[in-house]
Write a protein of this length. Structure first.
Length: 307
């Protein structure tokens, strides 16, 4: 469903992020988890695109398989780092031809082995340019929906590390919306006050599109450390760290703390009538299912109706 229709109802959306599996076994496990997550009836699911386009083919395969074999509505991530316009168009055409409704348009980060990547050499240098490019693609009328793809972009409640000037950063975010983005999905955060302040700053800057809050239940110590690296800039509040430190460090006890924290975040986000909650699932279903269970609801429909 096109982003404009998804958010038109004014109900909180619930969505899940997956990344393309790295092996056949991981693919089987992912689809076992997806079967369970499907019962939670998410509004849409998103599929990441590896740094520098490294998962181009596997991202596409997973998106098409989700579209073919499940009832889920997949939203592919698309990044423009190191991607030629022809490569981007090829993907857009493929996605349009199978009726994919929305794209999460990102600049992306270069692969780790190319830290000196020069963005200015890319065909499209930043996400705002990719949004404008997708809009031009939409105007070609290739997509079965005459509006073309709905477009989401990334937002960073605690700020994007490359732009320490927060006033400038919000202007850059507004440029993506002005270029045609229909909604914003945020980086994960652990303190809702950061999100509410970000939402207020967006509104003050004239950014009126729906803003979906990124939530990641911590499941293991290792996962938490990896996330601190991947979602650079994300702040781990002292009360969360204290709660983690009180555990014996096992996945079971750290997972309980993580689910409890994420559940409280979600309860509070729902009380503040957020436009949407996006779960970073790390391709596992347990933590997300436990959050729903602890909120006392069967699926996303029930959550949206509690507003
Ligand atoms: C929800 C979400 C999903 C993500 N999924 C992926 C994924 O699948 N694959 C992946 O590789 N990465 C992903 N990322 C990470 C993201 O690609 C990186 O954080 C990247 O560094 C920024 O991407 P962006 O789309 O925000 O870029 P942009 O909006 O282009 O911003 C990049 C930086 O440039 C600055 N900037 C923007 N415009 C200007 C300007 N005119 N002048 C000067 N500076 C400017 C911004 O302030 C920011 O610091 C995701 C991030 C989020 C929040």
């Amino acid at each position: 469903m096109h982003a404009q229709d998804i958010f038109a109802g004014g109900k909180t959306t619930f969505s899940f992020e997956f990344f393309p599996p790295k092996s056949e076994d991981a693919g089987h496990t992912l689809f076992e988890n997806i079967a369970q997550l499907q019962t939670l009836k998410p509004t849409f699911v998103s599929v990441t695109y590896g740094a520098g386009g490294t998962t181009r083919k596997v991202t596409q395969d997973l998106v098409l398989r989700l579209k073919d074999e499940t009832t889920l509505d997949p939203m592919p991530h698309l990044t423009c780092v190191s991607q030629r316009l022809s490569e981007l168009d090829e993907l857009l055409e493929r996605y349009a031809s199978v009726g994919i409704s929305n794209i999460l348009a990102l600049r992306g980060d270069p692969p780790r082995d190319r830290p000196d990547h020069r963005f200015e050499d890319d065909d499209l240098k930043r996400a705002a340019e990719l949004v404008a490019h997708i809009k031009r693609f939409n105007d070609r009328g290739f997509h079965p929906d005459k509006r073309g793809f709905g477009i989401s972009v990334a937002g960073f409640p605690e700020g994007h590390p490359a732009t320490p000037n927060r006033l400038e950063e919000i202007e850059h975010l507004r440029a993506k919306v002005d270029a045609g983005a229909d909604s914003i999905v945020t980086q994960l955060f652990f303190d809702n006050r950061d999100f509410y302040d970000f939402r207020d700053r967006c509104r003050l800057a004239g950014i009126k599109v729906p803003i979906v809050a990124g939530v990641m239940p911590i499941t293991t110590l290792g996962g938490m450390k990896r996330m601190a690296d991947l979602a650079s800039g994300a702040r781990f509040p002292a009360p969360l760290l204290r709660a983690v430190n009180r555990t014996d460090g096992s996945s079971e006890s750290v997972g309980r703390v993580g689910v409890h924290w994420a559940t409280e975040q979600c309860r509070d986000l729902l009380d503040h009538a957020v436009d949407g909650i996006h779960f970073y699932t790390l391709n596992r279903s347990n933590a997300t299912r436990e959050v729903y269970a602890t909120l006392g609801v069967k699926d996303s429909t029930a959550l949206a109706e509690t507003l």
